[in-house]
Write a protein that binds this ligand. Sequence first.
Ligand SMILES: Cc1ncc(COP(=O)(O)O)c(C=O)c1O
Length: 383
Amino acid sequence: MTRKLLMHVGPTTIDLDVLLAGVKESSGFTSEDFVYASKNVLYSMEEIVKAPPNSQSLIIPGSGTAAMESCVSLLNKDDKVLVISNGVFGNRWTSIFSRYPLKVETLESRPGEVVPLEEIAQKVEKNRYKMITFTHVETSTGVRLNIGDYAKAVRDFVDIIVVDGVSSIGGELVDMSGWGVDVYLTASQKALGAPPGAGLLVISPRALEVINHENLGGYFLNLSNWLPVMKSLKENVGGYFSTLPVHLIFSLSKAMELIRHEGVEKRIKRHELVARAIRGGVEGMGLEIVAKKGLYSNTVTGVLLKKADPVRLLEEIQSENVELAPGVHPALKGKYFRIGHMGWVTPNDAIATIGAIERTLRRLGEDIRIGEGVMAVQEILGA
Ligand SMILES: Cc1ncc(COP(=O)(O)O)c(C=O)c1O
């Protein structure tokens, strides 16, 4: 059997130890080992995002979208919400909020760009919003928003700042406390490198205070139902509201252990190096990156093709045992594909990926400089 290289945007490659940690028989939701694993995940999340003291983290069965929708529990009828969208996942906030009796406004950027800070500052200075949402790394284009600057600019004008860190937590610097962010959320299958199945949130004390009985959240995703369980797990006692993904949490706990062992800073540096190498390889072979200069992320790179069909590339490259992600931004339909480089990704993966892309694109007749991508990766990794 040939080992496959999964350079996707999630699920990403899973470390075997992380996967095997989930193989356990007979663990109930009150078992000592499960309570320990949950507690480890909850405390580790707070550490990774640098949460302010007395924050509360939560594990919600489901996915990143479940974590996003659970944020409706911080809102009441007719609250004003401002969505800052740099692409498909930014727009997902608007789709979610539009299902509820809220006053939602959206500022949207062009693909590969971000909404300018001045535009947002002007908007929040004129209107009081209960919540503003940002997407740290917009996975549809690979664009990273400078959350530090954006959050600081709006902090005095909005009540709750929520950041979708689905493609950032574990691969990008996050400083929830220093930046004054109230909610940071992610999903298990992204840069934390565990199997899919859970959304994860970290909530600041200020945001915890606004979760009241009249909140608009439904039943399953209402954070007021999950909070007592999560508080109790942090204190070493199992609790029940609805069944948690027990085996996934064992895997997640192992991932947290490995992250702590690597060190969060070192992990971010590894992501940064691999991302730089991938971008060097893409440009080296003569292709263009979707994200504008200065907006590159450590975790996702969108690549524009000149004439080859990205769908064919994704199909063909599977014969090289490499899996990449399709382009999903509707404005760039049929023009690009994405490389995910997060989780347990290594510098060697960058060389293998760029090499396989070069070979496959040549077969598809794309106008590229074969070999120069790999050479550029080598220059970056060997510098
Ligand atoms: C930035 C971002 N937000 C939200 C989501 C939704 O997460 P999920 O697919 O786990 O529901 C994704 C998924 O890729 C994402 O990349």
